[in-house]
Design a protein around this ligand. Structure first.
Ligand code: SF4
Ligand code: SF4
Length: 655
């Protein structure tokens, strides 16, 4: 063995041993998480998603510039690591190399290693430029990120110099394949022994940097290098997801929701390890963009900080000493500011699910500590007593339908479809008109439908989003009993919140139905020729995406198709649309909370609609309707801009 081998063995095993111990520590922290997570199934789909998004960098590349920069560094590292491995092997066994792969494969390998070394260096230069010159708010001021970039740049420079000296000193047969190193080798001294000394020096610099990097990763934001792959593998596979059910009959459960980081699930903890701190989530967060204290990026890194601050207690099993999850960073204002719009989750390149953590913390606040905004108290009371968040009587629920010849399920037990009206459609004057327009369209299409009448109750969605799982389950079970008793198979609703709850959450409680949002159902009726828009609608129309229709259920196109089918309606998009559409501010129970901090979200969204110069803002959600109508009123633009549901627009166009 050479002196290099003797020196390398302890350095290599010391560094790798340290790194593995740190990863083991992080694994133990994950294992200490007691919260429930989703069932892990569909392994084939998981492998496919991981390959597409990790090796293929699909989600990362959704942001073009940052994506190309990251993908270059990632792909470069994969190929350059093979070269590093060869250096390690040649240091352990003198003269060993990967030339046994065959001349063409080896030549291709060194060509790509050389090419990517320069490409990564350029990408690092671009990343420095963005962080130090452009300085977008979403990236913040991260010394850690700068250190990592310097590390990465150092790695690339050391490879280039190592290879340049090697080529100059030995003139190997594959030299011409390493275009950049070969060019650089022309600047090296002509004395081969000096070149070999230079080669050895930079090889050691490179190997020490690699091993130093391996030791640094578990302590830095670069932990995402290890965690992003598994996080992608274990992500929720479908866009549609319901909240986790609490089993109140499980007597072993002593904690509902998350009071401490250890009450979160291991997947929640893995999420915090996977965060790259790219800030894409923060960029689109309606709360952050209206000066609320909530940043979806910060909440993930703050939960990680809380976990690491408490690691001694967690690892020694003293869970009672772990400090609460609500602290100076994750305040109650942070937790209540979320509209559950999921813009953060959809934007995240490593599939972090912020809402799961926010809901878990809300559940603890509501169910275990009775801490929630004062105005929510009445909402809970109304839902308990009247089965609606508003202070209306349950016996008045079906009053809106009086004189409209709309049958109840008792009168039309064989109805083709059940029209789920929802609380807004039942009690709110503006939204009663939307349901009336939709019912009118069903009649025009000759659909046999019925309503539950006074048997319908709030789905429980507001209670669940706010954290009152018990109240939600009470209402959900009662509704499911009613729906099953009437043997309902198909439901259509104008409310995306009801739609999401009925479709994605009721199955967990035995309520399994085919559920449509009215925009989906109307498109079907148009496609089968049962509805034919004919009258002109001479307006410029923009469409506001409802979060619970779009980001929660991928229904983006149907409302747009309805508008496009209407003669003479001129459609214009808002700048932020579809997946990047801005929330109206009403989701996540925010509809019933006062907005005391920052600018009103609905005003900002209304301003975005005004910027399109549309004369009509179309919505497909009763909450969006209320928020946008208030926004237009606040801007005193009622004479220039109307807010209409897509069903109302379509109804006007059909005789
Ligand atoms: S769900 Fe919406 S409001 Fe909540 S943190 Fe994410 S982006 Fe912000
Ligand atoms: S949560 Fe996702 S989008 Fe947000 S900073 Fe972390 S990696 Fe980026």
């Amino acid at each position: 063995m050479t002196w290099q081998t003797w020196l390398f063995l302890p350095v290599f095993f010391g560094a790798m041993g340290y790194s593995l111990l740190q990863i083991r520590r992080l694994g133990k922290l994950m294992k200490a998480s007691t919260g429930k997570t989703r069932v892990m199934d569909e392994m084939g789909a998981r492998v496919r998603e991981t390959l597409i998004n990790v090796l293929g960098q699909k989600a990362v590349l959704r942001d073009k510039k940052a994506g190309i920069m990251h993908a270059t560094i990632f792909w470069g590292f994969l190929i350059i690591t093979l070269g590093t491995l060869e250096q390690f092997v040649s240091t352990l066994v003198e003269g060993a190399n990967f030339e046994f792969l065959g001349s063409s494969i080896y030549q291709a390998l060194v060509f790509f290693q050389d090419f990517f070394t320069v490409a990564v260096l350029l990408a690092v230069g671009y990343a420095f430029y963005v962080r130090l010159v452009v300085r977008p708010e979403r990236l913040g001021k991260s010394k850690d990120a700068l250190k990592i970039l310097a590390f990465t740049g150092g790695l690339m420079v050391s490879i280039l110099l190592m290879n340049a000296f090697h080529l100059a000193g030995t003139q190997p047969w594959f030299a011409s394949a390493m275009i950049f190193s070969n060019l650089l080798s022309g600047l090296a001294p002509s004395d081969p022994s000096i070149c070999m000394a230079g080669y050895t020096f930079f090889k050691w610099i490179h190997m020490i940097l690699v091993l130093g990097f391996a030791m640094y990763i578990p302590h830095s934001k670069h932990l995402h290098v290890l965690a992003a792959g598994p996080n992608t593998f274990f992500k929720t596979l479908t866009v549609e997801k319901g909240m986790q059910k609490i089993d109140f009959e499980d007597e072993t459960l002593t904690q509902y929701g998350a009071a401490k980081v250890t009450d979160l699930s291991w997947k929640d903890t893995l999420d915090t390890f996977a965060c790259t701190e790219c800030g894409r989530c923060q960029d689109l967060c309606p709360a952050w963009n209206t000066q609320k204290p909530l940043s979806p990026k910060a909440i993930i890194s703050d939960l990680k900080k809380n976990l690491l601050r408490n690691q001694a207690a967690i690892l020694s099993g003293k869970i009672e000493d772990v400090t609460p999850v609500i602290d100076d960073n994750v305040t109650e204002d942070v937790i209540w500011a979320c509209t559950s719009c999921r813009a953060c989750e959809v934007a995240c390149p490593v599939f972090i699910e912020q809402t799961d953590k926010i809901y878990a913390i809300r559940r603890n606040l509501v169910l275990m500590e009775s801490r929630f905004p004062a105005e929510v108290q009445n909402v809970f009371k109304n839902m308990e007593n009247n089965a609606t968040p508003w202070a209306f009587s349950a016996s008045d629920r079906a009053n809106w339908s009086q004189g409209l010849s709309i049958p109840t399920i008792q009168a039309n037990p064989n109805a083709e479809v059940l029209l789920w009206v929802g609380c807004a459609g039942s009690y709110d004057d503006r939204n009663k008109k939307v349901v009336t327009a939709f019912a009118s369209l069903l009649k025009k299409a000759g659909v046999s439908f019925a309503i539950l009448g006074n048997e319908e109750k709030c789905t429980g969605d507001p209670a669940r989003r706010i954290g009152n799982e018990y109240l939600f389950q009470t209402l959900a079970k009662s509704n499911i009993e009613t729906l099953n008793r009437h043997q309902i198979k198909t439901i259509v609703t104008s409310c995306p919140h009801c739609f999401n709850t009925l479709k994605n959450e009721y199955p967990d409680f035995g309520g399994k139905y085919q559920v449509f949002h009215h925009s989906q159902y109307l498109v079907r009726l148009m496609n089968t020729g049962r509805l034919k828009p004919a009258k002109n609608f001479d307006e410029t129309v923009t469409y506001h995406d409802s979060c619970y229709l779009g980001r929660w259920n991928s229904v983006y196109e149907q409302p747009r198709s309805l508008i496009s089918a209407i003669p003479s309606a001129h459609f214009v998009e808002m700048t932020q649309n579809r997946e990047k559409g801005m929330c109206c501010g009403a989701g996540g129970g925010r509809m019933w909370m006062e907005e005391k901090i920052g600018k009103s979200i609905n005003i900002v969204r209304t301003e975005q609609a005004i910027a399109t110069k549309a004369t009509v803002v179309a919505s497909a959600c009763p909450f969006c309707m209320t928020m946008l109508t208030d926004g237009v009123k606040a801007k005193d633009l009622q004479s220039k801009m109307k807010v209409m549901d897509v069903a109302e627009i379509l109804d006007q166009s059909i005789s």
